[in-house]
Design a protein around this ligand. Structure first.
Ligand SMILES: [Zn+2]
Length: 386
């Protein structure tokens, strides 16, 4: 493929962005300027159509997605050829064929190379090879990195480094490239920004935090039994813990909770309105318009139920979990017109160790309430529901 730089002309005209920029999940990410740069060129539209207000910065790039990034970045002309036998069901098939016809990819199974492996994670070494073929970077003498000698992609990596498209994988030393590591979408944005000579476009900060709620479909929730759910009006904010941070966690654990709540307990949905994962990601639970459920003796009517993933009798909530908990409670306090003084733990209403002493202490000390009041005083929190 012969390099083309259609975007260069536009590079000087970076658009002024609104506070926080295009996506809500990349605020403060070191690659945010690169993400905005490629969004400005329509090389990415987001990761959650049709809303597309998220970029999913830490999600690993598959080979199929990489093909789409490059096909849009160059851009490559359409083709009617079908080069590979394993991409017919891929949404990226058109991009993959365009790459193949342009000589940017050969395949994933040499020497036959009749496969592309579209669902496999892209490694940094493979990415180097694709970018070098796409942009024709000249040969470079000597190894730039200590960890690439004898690597299949050694030559491509050196070319990429000489072209200043990669700096390395271990700043500030940057004496390694980590060729076998998978590449995440945020890193990809920076690589493409540099490859195209775009200007990183970092947006001004948001005046208040914005928290995205991951939709039920994305964690694999079953549909609720709406006809059995009871509407209520939220009057207080109640914190739970569940599961463990050890072993299976995140969506698989949440599916387990929901399966137990609906199957074992015969409740119409997962008990809680919001779920906070170990990394602070906020997940959609039961519709807050309906009261939750409990295996203990208190009446959940009027309670906004937030569960934090972990066993805080023995584990500790992560800093990201506490930050997200404060944010969602600040949003709920404002949105439902409820005082932060109503923040309590499950154990304040029923005989239970929930939400665990290491989280309960932050409630009883007033630390959590203080965080919530500070966030509200600073302008509040925007919670983006699916
Ligand atoms: Zn509880």
């Amino acid at each position: 493929m012969r390099a083309r730089f259609p975007a260069l002309v536009l590079a000087l005209l970076t658009a002024a962005l609104p506070p926080g920029g295009t996506f809500i999940d990349d605020d403060g990410n070191v690659h945010e300027g690169g993400i905005e740069a490629i969004a400005g060129e329509a090389i990415t539209v987001g990761c959650n159509p049709p809303a597309n207000n998220r970029y999913c910065p830490s999600q690993v790039v598959t080979r199929g997605e990489m093909a789409a990034f490059i096909a849009r970045a160059l851009p490559l002309p359409a083709t009617s050829e079908n080069r590979f036998i394993d991409d017919d069901a891929s949404v990226f098939e058109s991009s993959i064929n365009r790459l193949a016809v342009s000589g940017i990819t050969l395949g994933c199974n040499p020497p036959a190379n009749d496969r592309f492996c579209p669902d496999r994670e892209m490694t940094r070494g493979e990415m180097a090879a694709m970018l070098v073929r796409a942009f024709d970077y000249p040969a470079a003498a000597g190894d730039r990195f200590a960890d690439i000698a004898g690597n299949l992609f050694e030559d491509a990596i050196n070319r990429l480094a000489a072209a200043a498209v990669t700096l390395g994988c271990n700043p500030p030393a940057n004496d390694r490239f980590c060729p076998g590591d998978p590449i995440a979408r945020d890193q990809m944005a920076t690589f493409i920004t540099r490859a195209l000579g775009l200007t990183a476009n970092r947006p001004p900060p948001r005046p208040f935090p914005v928290v995205a709620v991951v939709p039920r479909e994305e964690w694999g929730a079953m549909a609720p039994e709406l006809e059995r759910m009871v509407p209520h009006t939220i009057e207080r904010l109640t914190v739970h813990h569940a599961g463990s941070q050890d072993g299976v966690n995140g969506p698989p654990q949440f599916r387990g909770w929901q399966g137990w709540h609906m199957g074992g307990q015969d409740w119409p949905d997962i008990a809680y309105h919001l779920l906070i994962g170990i990394d602070g990601t906020v997940y959609e639970g039961r519709d807050p318009a309906y009261r939750g459920d409990t295996g203990t003796t208190y009446d959940t009517t009027g309670h906004f139920l937030v569960v934090v993933e972990g066993n805080f009798e023995v584990e500790r909530p992560t800093g990201q979990q506490i930050a997200s908990l404060g944010a969602v409670l600040a949003w709920a306090a404002e949105n439902y017109g409820v005082s932060p003084s109503t923040i309590a733990g499950h154990g304040d209403y029923a005989a239970t160790s929930c939400p665990g002493r290491n989280l309960e202490s932050k409630i009883h000390s007033g630390e959590l309430r203080q965080k919530v009041e500070t966030l509200i005083a600073q302008g509040g929190v925007e919670l983006l529901w699916p």
